[in-house]
Design a protein around this ligand. Structure first.
Ligand SMILES: C[S@@+](CC[C@H](N)C(=O)[O-])C[C@H]1O[C@@H](n2cnc3c(N)ncnc32)[C@H](O)[C@@H]1O
Length: 220
């Protein structure tokens, strides 16, 4: 296993892996692989935009010294489970508004002590800021028209000064009448106007078409 992003992401045989926090257990049917004393879980860029970020060469990896993460759009917890592997000692607050997806997230959190699920709308950070505020990192993956303003509102409410955000921008959810590149430009302009510095942008195709990963630092 070669460590390709520190902490937590390894490569072997052309595939990415994270060290399994709960050896012997799978979250969504992924391959398990043991090397030496350590069991790893396959981190699949077709299943996780965070893996696609690494696979497509995203260099910014703002997980060093992170103690608290706010994850917006957690769904059933596929990527949350890998963040949980990458940051075994952190607190990961996972927000999801769909009760159906939230049920899967609850199961994940029962097994993983570092995951704290929150059933809430990410458009209303005041509902959870007392519990999930003061975070080092926001990860956002929700297909909403106003993705950038949701991120800015959450940064204002919950992100530490100079904290990082990883935004998985789905351009088709913003509009289908402008090109993905034009939507990206509009989003980066808005984010910079509202206090983020754009550190890196990665096209997530072919794994997630019309998606860009953005690494952002909060300077407001
Ligand atoms: C693309 S899926 C997330 C996949 C997940 N991040 C992963 O990689 O495993 C988007 C999720 O965002 C949720 N979502 C959309 N709008 C939301 C909002 N305003 N607040 C909270 N969750 C939201 C949806 O219910 C859906 O589960």
């Amino acid at each position: 296993m070669e460590l390709v992003r520190s902490p937590g992401v390894y490569r072997a045989g052309g595939f990415l892996y994270t060290p399994n926090l709960l050896p012997g257990t799978r979250v969504y049917g992924e391959e398990l692989r043991t090397e030496g004393e350590i069991e790893y879980r396959r981190f699949d860029p077709d299943r996780s935009k965070l893996a696609a970020w690494v696979q497509n060469g995203g260099r910014t990896w703002p997980f060093q010294r992170v103690q608290r993460v706010l994850y917006l759009g957690a769904s059933h917890g596929t990527t949350v489970s890998h963040v949980s592997d990458i940051l075994p000692r952190a607190h990961i607050y996972a927000v999801e508004k769909s009760p159906r997806a939230f049920a899967g997230l609850l199961n994940l959190a029962q097994a993983r002590d570092n995951v704290f699920p929150i059933l809430a709308d990410a458009q209303l950070p005041e509902r959870y800021r007392a519990r999930a505020g003061d975070v080092d990192l926001i990860y956002q993956d929700l297909a909403q028209r106003n993705q950038t303003s949701i991120l800015v509102e959450n940064a204002r409410a919950c992100l530490k000064p100079h904290g990082f955000a990883l935004l998985q921008l789905k351009t088709r959810s913003v509009t289908q009448t402008r090109s993905p590149r034009a939507v990206l430009q509009g989003a980066t302009d808005e984010l910079e106007r509202d206090g983020f510095r754009v550190r890196e942008v990665v096209d997530l195709a072919p794994f997630s078409r019309d998606h860009f990963g953005l690494a952002l630092q909060w300077e407001a």
